[in-house]
Design a protein around this ligand. Structure first.
Ligand code: SF4
Ligand code: SF4
Length: 742
């Protein structure tokens, strides 16, 4: 389709004060050759937006270049429908607010950005969504409180739900609780577990089909088209669902590893789970003789917040111990209970529950580190504590000891310890194929046929990964969401909320997929990578580098896309040495043309030029913030925003250097274990590719310092301009790119 451009230049927000906007508009007419060009002090006003709409209708525009503010402002106002490509030139943030007004270099910068916008618009097409008939049914795995909540929420929103529970009854751990701690003021009455009512609601809901005594043995396909096999004994059921909530809960930390607390050595040492069972079924008794204990000690954080065991706080054990102390008050009013804690953690209003329990007769709390548990000749257990509030060692004697063990996620395979869990464990996919070298392993719950492994990846401490900061429910598998204690240690009411949250994400996912649109973080993006496979060399870089397992391979290694898994990051585009992966509105050709559109001054003008590829997720917003604070940026720098720094192909860098750029700066998100990359591996892969670039620079006898990659967070708005300016200074010090002009 022929591009018919309109260029709209804002003269407000200080733009007119910083440059001759009439001349700039004439420049746009000459260089960008739009069908129509206009300027206005308020391009974002309703009147002017209407003017643009009139031009679109009257002049047949299909591209609109808005040279005004950052694309992060007024996206809705500048949305003229799917057929009109809108290109935003952030003159305000990238030029006017960050550079000296009315300087020659500031005007040159604005002109370059307009030229770049022109080629970007001309080398893009409005994307057409990939749409096929999909299922909007939701599969929930796990019939505990989080799963029940997810199933109920999705069904109440009108979606069909399939709920799969491996045990004979729904309810999960809640079924095994005598009571739950209070959830409302005055925080002193133990409550009935919510699962009874939730099960009834789920069973009564015609939209929910429940499979008990069942497991999911195979999940193939992609969002909207997941083909799932459920096995119930010898019976197999095959069905199609659109999205999945994995709410498979937790398991108690293995107390067998807590010999130091006497578990397995002394009969009267039990876990809090065993104690709960006693309280629920037949009363609190000493296992050694079946008699009621006269005194009970409870060790909080038994195996939690302990580098040797679970390094994290299990979130619920303190409140569980307080609750169980009340069981004793009720059943054995004369029995003493000693709660031995490192710290008491009862967040929020649960402080009131803690205060209430602390004030009860025969309940004693003392702080200290347990250093020894021994059994005396009279059969009593002696617990020795150090670092106590008394400043001396204290021994507590009890005839029953309860270990408040913590929660390990169900996704952690039984044979694997928390410390052994890594993202890089080798895996075999459910259909028996060897997974990629970077495969990720979980317990066999989903049994996915993904090249990345059979399950959600187990990352830190065995919990499935999620983007902790921005999108708590997102996992690395599009449209599969973890909820409840399988996602993070949490109590029942949090698990209920978590199930609801994950269900809402699942509904968003199936609706997005039905529209051919991406889920987080490029919500609503309908572009999709096209592969010009005639030129594919089967190098497998794209299939191996896609963080979301979108690309399977045929036997030769040719990519076979599963479009609905795609998050539109462009990492495959950055990986492909043949440059045959492109989006309609984001492509190697488009970026190469943008690079060429930047005017490179002659060497004798002594005006270096630096190209910055800047991640749209954190770095560009950080620059917007810096601009609001009028931080200044070296005028030699030209910015190309990119979907992810991992979408930058090393060929762009070669292009830029041969076009005469003196330095190249790549700004992406934090990589490593505490990664911030919105596409998980993009910044890590970009960094890896940079090692090859550095090699290439050496071969060309170019200083490696000319190309640099840095991590930038949203909060780095103060550091970012300094980082860019320092780099510009360093490049000045290196002198001109010797290939300039060749
Ligand atoms: S790398 Fe990104 S854009 Fe490419 S297929 Fe994977 S998710 Fe999609
Ligand atoms: S990276 Fe490019 S050449 Fe290599 S397999 Fe993928 S599409 Fe083919």
């Amino acid at each position: 389709m022929d591009a018919k451009l309109g260029v709209y230049l804002c003269t407000g927000c200080g733009i007119k004060d910083a440059m001759d906007t009439d001349k700039l508009l004439d420049f746009a007419q000459k260089e960008v050759k739009p069908v129509v060009r206009r300027c206005d002090p308020l391009v974002c006003s309703a009147e002017f937006i209407n003017q643009i709409k009139t031009d679109i209708a009257g002049q047949g525009l299909n591209r609109v270049v808005v040279a005004a503010c950052s694309q992060r402002y007024f996206a809705d106002r500048f949305d003229f429908g799917a057929d009109i490509l809108v290109d935003r030139v952030p003159l305000r943030e990238f030029v006017v607010w960050t550079h000296q007004p009315n300087e020659e270099e500031t005007t040159a910068l604005a002109e370059d950005y307009l030229r770049m916008a022109g080629v970007r618009a001309r080398n893009s097409e409005p994307p057409t969504p990939h749409i096929e008939e999909v299922s909007k049914d939701i599969l929930v795995i796990g019939g505990g409180v989080a799963g029940l909540s997810a199933a109920k929420a999705a069904a109440e929103a009108g979606y069909n739900v399939v709920l799969v529970e491996k045990e004979a009854e729904l309810g999960g751990w809640a079924r095994k609780f005598k009571a739950v701690y209070p959830t409302k003021s005055p925080f002193n009455l133990l409550e009935k577990s919510p699962h009874h009512e939730m099960i009834a609601a789920v069973k009564d809901n015609p939209y929910i089909k429940v499979f008990t005594n069942s497991t999911v043995t195979l999940t193939s396909g992609q969002p909207g088209l997941f083909d799932v096999t459920i096995e119930t004994g010898a019976e197999k059921t095959e069905l199609r669902v659109g999205a999945i909530v994995q709410a498979t809960g937790w398991r108690p930390y293995d107390a067998g590893k807590l010999i130091k607390y006497g578990f397995g050595l002394y009969p009267n040492v039990v876990t809090n789970v065993q104690f709960e069972e006693m309280a629920l079924n037949g009363g609190i008794k000493k296992p050694s003789d079946g008699k009621a204990p006269q005194s009970i000690a409870v060790i909080h954080c038994a195996g939690s917040r302990d580098k040797e065991h679970l390094p994290y706080c299990s979130a619920v054990c303190c409140r569980t111990s307080l609750k169980q102390a009340l069981y004793v008050r009720e059943a054995l009013p004369q029995t003493d209970v000693y709660l031995l804690y490192k710290d008491i953690r009862t967040p929020g209003l649960y402080e009131e529950f803690y205060t209430y329990v602390r004030e009860q007769e025969h309940i004693y709390l003392t702080k200290g580190e347990v250093i020894e548990v021994a059994q005396d000749s009279d059969g009593m257990l002696r617990i020795t504590l150090d670092d106590t509030l008394f400043g001396e060692r204290v021994a507590v004697k009890a005839d029953l000891l309860v270990l408040a063990t913590g929660m390990a996620p169900s996704t952690l395979p039984m044979e694997e310890t928390v410390e052994e869990t890594t993202a890089e464990s080798p895996a075999t996919t459910a259909d028996g194929k060897k997974a990629a070298a970077s495969a990720e392993v979980g317990a066999k719950i989903l049994n996915l046929t993904y090249r990345l492994g059979t399950d959600l990846p187990n990352l830190k401490y065995g919990f499935p990964d999620s983007h902790f900061i921005c999108f708590p429910y997102e996992t690395r598998r599009t449209a599969i969401y973890a909820a409840g204690a399988t996602r993070a240690p949490m109590d029942l009411s949090s698990a209920q909320n978590d199930g609801l949250g994950a269900a809402l994400k699942a509904l968003q996912a199936v609706e997005a997929v039905a529209r051919g649109a991406a889920v987080h973080p490029r919500v609503g993006d309908v572009s999709f990578p096209d592969f010009f496979l005639q030129r594919c060399t089967q190098c497998k870089r794209c299939t191996e580098e896609c963080p979301f397992g979108t690309l399977d391979e045929d036997d030769k290694g040719t990519p076979k896309p599963n479009p609905n898994r795609c998050r539109r990051c462009g990492i495959c585009m950055g990986a492909c040495p043949e440059r045959i992966i492109s989006f309609k509105n984001y492509s190697p050709n488009m970026i190469s043309q943008m690079i060429k559109a930047i005017e490179i001054p002659e060497e004798d003008e002594e005006k270096p030029r630096i190209l910055t590829f800047m991640c749209e997720n954190d770095a560009v917003p950080a620059l917007d913030i810096a601009a609001w604070r009028r931080r200044q940026i070296d005028p030699t720098i030209r910015i190309i925003p990119v979907r992810c720094i991992g979408s930058v192909n090393t060929i762009f860098i070669a292009d830029a250097l041969s076009n005469g750029f003196d330095g190249i700066l790549l700004l992406g998100c934090q990589r490593g274990d505490d990664y911030q990359c919105h596409f998980i591996r993009g910044s890590e892969l970009a960094n890896r590719r940079m090692e090859n670039v550095q090699e290439k620079l050496k071969q060309l006898v170019l200083e490696p310092e000319r190309v640099r990659i840095e991590a930038v967070e949203l909060t780095d708005w103060e550091r970012l301009p300094k980082l860019m300016n320092d780099f510009a200074e360093e490049v000045r010090g290196l002198g001109a790119n010797p290939y300039k002009g060749f």
